[in-house]
Design a protein around this ligand. Structure first.
Ligand code: XMP
Length: 349
């Protein structure tokens, strides 16, 4: 019978059996706990034949890519390749305000870039004995993301097309390898050891965190709030521009730092600052200004399918608002989102 404690050993054995002793595995890493745990399992199972890639969309949090690279290298001995693609994403997103269009553009740009990386990796491995092609694509996606993305009751039932679900293995790297890489997901897969009689693993966030702890992943990383693949781009209501990303990024950094300083980070499941790109009037000194509206969001949830808002002290929120207005140019107002999920979703788009 399946128990959580066995998962790591069973999964490593399953990876070795499926991947064999020649194939290469490409893995998307984001710095979040899910992709980090998936990467740690793959690294433990096949060593350097696992190639971890982080795509810098230009819409990441402050200093995020460098921090993720260092953490993975130091604690997990994973040599992460960071692909700096901020300008490409920004140019493809120019003038796009529809959230689903943003997700689709970002998703297909991710695939283009993974495709390029796979070609480079296969070229580099050409003269390495006993090394095959990129046959697998690793992705640590959780069940709730899958449920909300699949349109199994028809297209109208799709809540959001999380960019990282679906479409990847089908489209990716056609013609690069001898065969299209297959998707490998340690948290959501069928026909393996698993809790149900059908042999299907469906892991939730708290279970993935428990596995992360078993693997010795640092507590800060294990407890890290999730961050969506499209990043700040889906936290800006409206067109994404460099200026708007920078404003949202600075405001977010202030909010999260103040949450950490107040010792509240681990009581909150996910928090961020987004941007309403309508302008609102403010007064700075004796000047009238016309600035953006920062939206603060913080929720508590177990499964991310429903969520309650976090009850901050008003004094704390006032302090965050004052600090953001004082330190981030272009912001005239800060609001706190009081909507639970449902009806609101966790992200603004
Ligand atoms: P929502 O907004 O759907 O968020 O209530 C639920 C969880 O999913 C994350 N999320 C995404 N993750 N790509 C991702 O990788 C996406 O397009 C996406 N949209 C939402 C969100 O951050 C939350 O943890």
């Amino acid at each position: 019978n399946w128990v959580m404690g066995d998962f790591v050993q069973l999964e490593i054995a399953r990876i070795r059996e499926l991947v064999g002793d020649r194939a290469l595995v490409l893995g998307a890493v984001s710095g979040g706990v899910d992709s980090t745990v998936a990467a740690a399992l793959m690294r433990a199972a096949i060593g350097d034949r696992f190639k971890a890639i982080l795509i810098d969309t230009g819409c990441m949090r402050l200093n995020e890519c460098e921090e993720v690279k260092q953490t993975l290298g130091k604690h997990l001995e994973i040599n992460l390749t960071v692909v700096d693609a901020g300008e490409l994403f920004m140019s493809r997103l120019a003038g796009v305000s529809d959230p689903e269009k943003k997700r689709k553009i970002i998703g297909s740009t991710f695939i283009d870039l993974f495709e390029e990386e796979a070609i480079k990796i296969e070229k580099a491995a050409e003269n390495t004995p006993n090394t095959g092609k990129v046959e697998w694509f690793l992705q640590g996606t959780l069940y709730p993301d899958v449920i909300e993305s699949l349109s199994w009751r028809g297209p109208s039932a799709t809540i959001k097309t999380h960019h990282n679900v679906g479409g990847l293995p089908e489209r990716m790297m056609k013609g690069v390898s001898r065969s299209t890489p297959r998707m490998f997901n340690p948290f959501f897969c069928t026909n393996v050891h698993g809790p149900s009689s059908k042999g299907c693993v469906l892991l939730f966030k708290d279970e993935v965190r428990a596995i992360g702890r078993q693997l010795g992943i640092h507590e800060d990383l294990v407890n890290r709030h999730p961050f969506p693949g499209p990043g700040i781009a889906i936290r800006i209501l409206g067109d994404v521009t460099q200026e708007r990303v920078e404003i949202a990024r600075k405001a977010d950094h202030i909010f999260i730092s103040m949450i950490k300083e107040a010792g509240l980070y681990n009581q909150i499941s996910q928090a961020f600052a987004g941007l309403d790109t309508n302008r609102s009037v403010g007064v700075f000194g004796d000047q009238r200004v016309w600035g953006y509206i920062v939206i603060l969001r913080a929720v508590q949830t177990k499964d991310f399918m429903s969520a309650d808002i976090f009850d901050f002290d008003n004094a704390f929120l006032k302090n965050v608002s004052r600090t953001i207005c004082n330190q981030v140019d272009g912001v005239s107002r800060v609001v706190y989102d009081l909507t639970s999920k449902p009806p609101g979703t966790i992200e603004l788009e």
